[in-house]
Design a protein around this ligand. Sequence first.
Ligand SMILES: O=C(O)CCC(=O)C(=O)O
Ligand SMILES: [Fe+2]
Length: 223
Amino acid sequence: MNALIPRPTREIAPGAVHVPDWLTPEEQRALVTACRAWASGPVPIRHTTLPRGGVMSVRTVCVGWHWSPYTYTRVAGDVNGRRVAAFPDWMVRLGRRALLAAYGDESAAAAYTPDTALINFYDGQARMGMHQDKDERSAAPVVSLSIGDSCVFRVGNTETRTRPYTDIELASGDLFVFGGPSRYIHHGVPRVHEGTGDPAATGMAGGRLNITMRVTGLTDTES
Ligand SMILES: O=C(O)CCC(=O)C(=O)O
Ligand SMILES: [Fe+2]
């Protein structure tokens, strides 16, 4: 984002760090290209159906492991029965660089080995309600990258889905990492600011892309 006033790196809560403008425009375009390919297959991007029949407003595609409410599997049984794309090594390296940028801890960064990414696409009306990321069996940090339209990202607390929370803006290129005491914070996206992205910079005509890398803690014998 071409902010006149640079936005500083900020620890929103212990272990929850916002690094504005972390991805270069080239990195953003490369991620958009990769996500576009994954969105078309082997498991196409879709709106996830929730256990009580609701349908999420974001569209999601996964790599490494396929997330559906409460579980990760290699095969997308709720979409087309195909195995999801492999988690690429370059994304592991990106995750490690992200952790280093957020925490400055070289050994923690080197040990970080994400094995799944959830890729969410938000149009101007899409939202994500307050939730915890707790379907993983590992307490390793979650690395979140945002591209395209900016949004309001609500950083809550570990106890309740309600206040106290802090609303921050996540803009194109921003990194947000939550781990340690903030690994199980409630969080959500109450609003996307439609039309705030820069299509020439990102290659995205509109909408918001969010990529969260995680460590599932699973092995294939359990899937
Ligand atoms: O879109 C975001 O910034 C957050 C996405 C998220 O919380 C999730 O996929 O679990
Ligand atoms: Fe989440």
